[in-house]
Ligand binder design. Structure first.
Ligand SMILES: NC(=O)c1ccc[n+]([C@@H]2O[C@H](COP(=O)([O-])OP(=O)(O)OC[C@H]3O[C@@H](n4cnc5c(N)ncnc54)[C@H](OP(=O)(O)O)[C@@H]3O)[C@@H](O)[C@H]2O)c1
Length: 231
């Protein structure tokens, strides 16, 4: 049985991004969604992974607006103004590795820690955007060292927390979600505009997957089409 009740309250983290803002747009027009709140580093209840104390402060500031039955964290990065994904071992550097792990692993891990308190213990779903290239088993092309590694580590955090939750909060599902290639600022340098999917179409597909998640799905790595990915 699906964990997402009707009606439900939703919280979108990283609502300034392409996927995050489209989730807000989609849920604002969904009659089953009573309330959707979008937060990012420049919003009310600001959350900024460069300032980890904002993660707990943001969650605490949202207590009275909860509980939420759906939380989706879309924060993530692939490149910056200073660097692009590494093509070879020789490109590895500590600055890029640290920044990628901070944004794609440490921030999302602390977000699960603090924001899971806002979830409805009776029935809810928390999804964190991961990426198929974070699958170790599926890695055939190589490259993109820090992005792949930071998403693989994120997947391990989600899986581990889901095992703990199965004991302590059995009606909450934690999901690692792959959006597919979506036309956004993140995919833009990699022909995202040409090969990426329309963001609203992508979030519609992802929402349909999350709306059908049940208790047994917790700790899964799912694609936008509901397929289970290998770790
Ligand atoms: N697009 C794709 O093809 C694709 C494919 C696979 C996986 N994904 C994953 O999907 C998620 C969303 O991607 P997107 O395409 O929507 O990218 P995007 O448009 O670049 O959005 C990224 C979001 O992350 C936020 N962010 C980045 N660094 C942050 C930090 N240090 N603190 C707080 N917020 C920070 C951005 O905030 P600002 O607006 O303030 O910068 C923005 O809200 C990411 O986790 C990505 O890895 C995307």
């Amino acid at each position: 049985m699906s964990l997402l009740p009707n009606p439900f309250n939703a919280l979108i983290i990283g609502a300034s991004g392409t996927i995050g803002s489209n989730f807000v747009k989609l849920l604002e027009s969904n009659p089953s969604c009573s309330k959707v709140i979008g937060i990012h580093r420049n919003s009310a209840h600001a959350i900024d992974y460069h300032h980890p104390q904002t993660i707990e402060a943001s969650a605490n500031s949202l207590t009275e607006l909860g509980p939420f039955q759906l939380i989706i964290n879309t924060i993530g990065m692939l490149h910056s103004e200073e660097w692009m994904p590494e093509k070879k071992l020789g490109d590895l550097n500590s600055t890029q590795l640290a920044e990628m792990f901070n944004t794609n692993t440490i921030g999302p891990a602390l977000t699960i820690k603090h924001f899971s308190k806002l979830l409805d213990p009776k029935h809810s779903v928390m999804a964190t955007l991961s990426a198929k290239v974070g699958s170790i088993e599926d890695n055939r092309l190589g490259g993109w060292y820090s992005y792949r590694a930071s998403k693989a580590a994120l997947n391990m955090i989600i899986k581990t927390a889901s095992i703990e939750f199965a004991r302590t909060k059995p009606n909450i599902a934690l999901i690692a979600l792959h959006p597919g290639t979506v036309n956004s600022g993140l995919s833009q340098p990699f022909r995202g505009q040409q090969i990426g999917r329309d963001p609203l179409e992508a979030v519609t597909d992802m929402f349909n997957v999350l709306a059908n998640v049940n208790k047994e799905d917790t700790g899964s790595f799912l694609t936008y089409s509901g397929e289970k990915l290998p770790w």
